[in-house]
Design a protein around this ligand. Structure first.
Ligand code: PEP
Ligand code: MN
Length: 340
């Protein structure tokens, strides 16, 4: 149920309306859209509730059509959400480039790649320490040692670090080391994990499930924001379809669709969508052209030796060239790449 307040509703009237609703054990989410204030009522309520709320002073109208995702819907805020990750803002005018290996593999590897991507203009470093692998026999990540190496790379380069959390019980550990926690595709509907990352304050990079609709992605984000953490960045990373020519199908329309439906920032992962290095620059360019707030790109200094996702990882040189392309596209649209 949504109650729209009158334009001349006073602060005292608004407070009384919220007290009334909360008095029935319901939760409220107050959104501002222009001069309109919208109160979303969350929870199970009696049929007569809508009339009771509609009769309160300061309420203009009540619609019983429940918003699916009141916290993350575009209407919930009158401005886009900007998410600060260490020294960088995602969702503002600048395009943010996150880069790094699929997995942290060794001290030398992460240090070389961190220095390389920073040199070419990346502002955040990615690197998996806990890897969700399809096969139990594939490299599963270095665990806490990988997080320590990421933290050391942050000290050396100034880049904020992003790493995936695969289990609710690991959230405090990730929180100690990283600047942003990633929830991967395979865990987009791990609802206990979503709540757990929502109960801590660091930003969350939420990747779209490989078989998930945009609505399901928004509902997953709703779990996080509804648990208390508004710092969510959405990521389109390719969905599964019938064509095997690419690893995934990059749903480029997800960018404008999400921009219509939510105030949260949206980034593109061209690497997992492509599955092959040669395709990554085109998909990265398309992401920026479509209006994404950033990109997350896999880069490895020796992709042929990578322990995961080598075939889709750009070399450092390839990353430098891709940066030139996406920078030119950003400039054509009046957006520059974020710098440190
Ligand atoms: C990754 O970022 O390396 C990863 C596993 O991504 P996804 O969850 O999109 O497959
Ligand atoms: Mn990967």
């Amino acid at each position: 149920m949504i109650a729209t307040l009158t334009e001349d509703c006073t602060l005292a009237q608004k407070a009384a309306i919220l007290r009334f609703i909360e008095g029935y054990g319901l939760r409220v989410h107050v959104g501002e859209a222009g001069s309109t204030t919208v109160v979303s009522v969350i929870g199970d309520y009696e049929p007569g509730m809508a009339e009771s709320i509609g009769a309160l002073v300061g309420v203009a109208s009540v619609s019983i059509e429940a918003p699916l995702y009141p916290f993350v819907a575009r209407e919930a805020r009158n401005a886009p959400t900007m998410v600060r990750v260490k020294d960088v803002v995602v969702g503002g005018p600048e395009v943010v480039i996150i880069a790094g290996p699929c997995s942290v593999e060794s001290e030398g590897q992460i240090d070389r790649i961190a220095a390389g991507v920073a040199h070419h203009g990346a502002v955040l470093l990615r690197g998996g320490a806990f890897k969700p692998r399809t096969s139990p026999y594939s490299f599963q990540g270095m665990g806490e040692e990988g997080l320590q190496l990421l933290a050391a790379a942050r000290e050396a380069t100034g880049l904020g670090v992003v790493s995936e959390c695969v289990a609710p019980e690991d959230v405090p550990l990730l929180n100690r080391y990283v600047d942003m926690l990633q929830v991967g595709s395979r865990n987009m509907q791990n609802f206990r994990l979503l709540s757990a990352v929502g109960e801590q304050p660091k930003p969350v990079l939420l990747k779209r499930g490989l078989m998930s609709t945009i609505e399901e992605l928004l509902l997953a984000a709703e779990y996080i924001v509804g648990s208390g953490n508004p710092r969510v960045i959405l990521c389109e990373r390719g969905i599964r379809s019938f064509d095997t020519a690419t690893r995934g199908i990059l749903d480029i329309s997800a960018v404008p669709v999400l921009k219509e439906r939510t105030h949260l920032p949206v980034i593109i992962d061209p690497s997992h969508a492509a599955g092959r290095r040669s395709l990554v620059p085109s998909l990265a360019a398309a992401g920026v052209a479509a209006g994404a707030d950033g990109l997350i790109i896999e880069v490895h200094d020796r992709p042929e030796e990578a322990l995961s996702d080598g075939p889709q990882s750009l070399t450092l040189e390839g990353f430098g060239e891709t940066m030139n392309t996406v920078s030119a596209i950003g400039n054509a649209l009046g957006r520059s790449l974020a710098t440190l």
